[in-house]
Ligand binder design. Structure first.
Ligand code: GUN
Ligand code: ZN
Length: 442
């Protein structure tokens, strides 16, 4: 039997996509709301005054005065195995991979090290209000076991997979097309749909996989069509030219994946900063999604993701937000929203608070194919929720007092919020993180 609890606060959620529907049709805004949770599932959502009579058998009503209750944040692209190398100085993508990333990922053959980092990673997710993530592990199956073990213990809805890479990296972190296929298959059998976990087939990116390996990854996905596929694409201009020279017979970067049979509604491509218009059209046509990772794109000097083109109404792409730790610099999806806003400003496509919160919640859930389970504060969904405190710091509280609308309030949180703003995180209705002094029983 799961949690029986009710949360009182300002509920903010979505029942549609604000990029293509008027805000008043898709934005849910309940100023003094109540979420009633039974057995870990959202049972009722509405005005506190209307629902307070419905709380028989509820063990506790937790009051979060002035706080915003929203669906837990969803990180559509992150590498747990890069937690130890966040903020490694001075390189662009390919040198950064060679100098910092590959040596670090080599340490994850050790199950004890992998378990220790997984614990830190999950603690950080929860401290930042992130309740689901699509995650790269390393090439070693041990790193995947550590990841899913930790997720299972915390009852989280997580997706991850073993990196496939059979060339252009140090031998210590390479597999082969056959061993990568075999190891991934064994991991799918062990972890896919166990607890709330799902598996993602994970070719790192075209430069580190032979065509044989990309084809094997696609074969595996056909054998297990409910798995996801995750990889990187068109993050950095040198990477794009490298792929052209490695695959001269293909029309471009996306065509390498397309030709191998790796595109489709279960595929999430990280970055896509330098995709061409034709490639974006092909993503839309195949329902392939993209993870926008602004802190990483700034940190590695990769470029500005053109959200306005990704959301072209004639061929829109599903887009989520990714932290891309450790190319990215923040676990916080609030801070990631703030950086996405700045990218929008630099590309003449300002994103308001409603769109930013959508990207980090329901939009992310749609990218990961889990919107039937999580992503909004809606009856029947799993109660993965975050409570945000708009008075978390003196300056936030001062500025919050000047706001006159919910859209202003959530924009303020997107621009100035961070881990301090997260008062509590609930997983399937259970309190999984509680900042000191937050929430009072009523
Ligand atoms: N492209 C291929 N591998 C990686 C990685 O680990 N991080 C980032 N940011 N880009 C990549
Ligand atoms: Zn990445």
């Amino acid at each position: 039997m799961g949690a029986q609890v009710a949360l009182r606060g300002h509920i903010v959620s979505f029942k549609g996509d604000p990029f293509f529907s008027p805000t008043d049709e898709v934005f849910v805004d309940i100023n003094d709301g109540l979420v009633i949770i039974r057995d870990g599932i959202i049972h009722e959502v509405g005005q506190y005054s209307e629902l307070i009579g419905h709380i028989d058998n509820i063990s506790a009503v937790i009051n979060y005065p002035d706080c915003i209750i929203t669906a837990g944040f969803i990180d559509t692209h992150v590498h747990y195995v890069q937690t130890p190398i966040i903020a490694s100085f001075g390189e662009h993508l390919i040198d950064w991979l060679n100098k910092y990333t590959f040596p670090e990922e080599g340490r994850f053959a050790d199950p004890a090290y992998a378990a220790a980092v997984a614990k830190i990673f999950f603690d950080e997710l929860l401290r930042n209000g992130t309740t689901s993530a699509l995650t790269f592990c390393s090439v070693f199956p041990e790193s995947v076991d550590a990841f899913f073990n930790e997720s299972l213990q915390r009852n989280m809805r997580m997706i991850g997979g073993k990196v496939l890479m059979d060339r252009n990296a140090p031998p210590a972190v390479l597999d082969t097309a056959q061993s990568g296929y075999d190891d991934s298959k064994a991991l799918i059998k062990k972890w896919h749909e166990r607890g709330r976990n799902r598996y993602a087939i994970t070719p790192r990116f075209a430069p580190t996989s032979t065509e044989e390996q990309l084809l094997a990854a696609a074969t595996l996905h056909r054998e297990y069509p409910s798995t996801l596929i995750q990889t990187h694409i068109s993050e950095n201009v040198s990477e794009v030219s490298w792929v052209r020279s490695l695959f001269p017979e293909r029309h471009g970067y996306l065509d390498v994946y397309d030709h191998a049979g790796l595109l489709g509604p279960g595929t999430v491509l990280a970055h896509g900063v330098h995709l061409t218009e034709n490639e974006r059209e092909r993503c839309a046509e195949t329902k392939t999604a993209v993870a926008h990772c602004p802190t990483s794109n700034f940190f590695l000097g990769s470029g500005l993701f053109p959200m306005h083109q990704a959301k072209n109404p004639t061929h829109p792409i599903r887009v989520g937000l990714g932290t891309d730790i450790g190319g990215g610099t923040r676990f916080s999806l609030l801070e990631t929203m703030g950086e996405a806003y700045k990218v929008g400003e630099l590309t003449s496509y300002p994103l308001d608070g409603v769109k930013l919160f959508y990207l980090a919640t329901l939009g992310g859930a749609e990218v990961l194919g889990i919107a039937d389970k999580v992503g909004s504060v809606e009856v029947g969904k799993e109660a993965d929720l975050v409570v945000l405190d708009p008075r978390a710091t003196p300056l936030l509280a001062f500025r919050y007092n000047q706001t006159t609308s919910t859209s202003e309030q959530i924009f303020l949180l997107a621009i100035m919020g961070d881990d301090r703003t997260v008062a509590a995180t609930y997983i399937a209705g259970q309190l999984a993180y509680n900042r000191k002094n937050s929430g009072t029983a009523v």
